[in-house]
Design a protein. Structure first.
Length: 229
């Protein structure tokens, strides 16, 4: 029942009438979505129960809004006690019960990011006060498909799992494509971390010859950034 993080048909512009409770619920669902993306797992393994969402103050109408707008998918959890993998049954109609769980769709993740961003700006947070703004368009890395896109176009696709370069892209995706992030690569005994990051950057750029996207490292190999040609 995995969602496709690259399909996005709904508008991500947040309406002004969203309640604080719904915004908090969206943040919780977005965290689960990002965990699945970072671990390259089925999003349903991180599904959030309706009970947990109701605990955040969401109403049945809030949950129905997310589902009917295409921002979330719902299913009834049927996992057996002691099972290591969660299982779900998709009902024909949306009737929330204590076993109902939700996951964000790709459109819902975009919507949640927009909601969280607008809330931060309204509170005068970093998004409002930062002297350096990100480009209006941002890349998107689908870890499950090993696909990097920019402006709706394929920029890079790994044919095989890439633990190093893929981790760099996943880290950018998890941090909503901040302009610069700290070196995300784990330390390996006997290998120079700065050289390892520079090699990862070089490998990414070599694969991006047909794209305007590029990566670079700075701070003596302790940080990596992305930019456009």
């Amino acid at each position: 029942m995995a969602t496709n993080p690259n399909d996005s048909s709904s508008s991500s512009r947040p309406p002004s009438h969203l309640t604080p409770e719904l915004r908090r619920g969206l943040l919780l669902l977005l965290q689960a979505f990002n965990y699945a993306l970072h671990t390259q797992a089925d999003p349903w393994q991180f599904a959030v129960s309706s009970g947990e969402l109701r605990g955040y103050g969401l109403t049945a109408a809030d949950l129905r809004f997310l589902v009917t707008q295409g921002y979330a998918e719902s299913a009834r959890e049927v996992t057996r006690p002691g099972a290591s993998v969660r299982k779900f049954h998709r009902d024909a109609s949306f009737r929330p019960t204590k076993r109902t769980c939700l996951v964000l769709t790709p459109a819902g993740a975009d919507f949640a990011r927009a909601v969280c961003s607008s809330a931060t700006m309204a509170q005068g947070g970093p998004a409002a006060s930062s002297a350096t703004s990100l480009p209006a368009k941002q890349p998107y890395y689908d870890g499950s498909r090993r696909l990097l896109t920019y402006d709706g176009q394929e920029a890079l696709r790994f044919r095989r799992p890439s633990k190093v370069e893929g981790l760099v892209l996943l880290s950018f995706q998890e941090q909503n494509w901040r302009e610069k992030i700290d070196d995300p690569l784990p330390r390996v005994p006997g290998k120079n971390p700065a050289r390892r990051l520079r090699n990862a950057v070089a490998n990414l750029n070599r694969r991006l010859q047909k794209s305007s996207l590029r990566f670079g490292s700075e701070d003596n190999g302790r940080a990596v950034y992305w930019y456009l040609l």
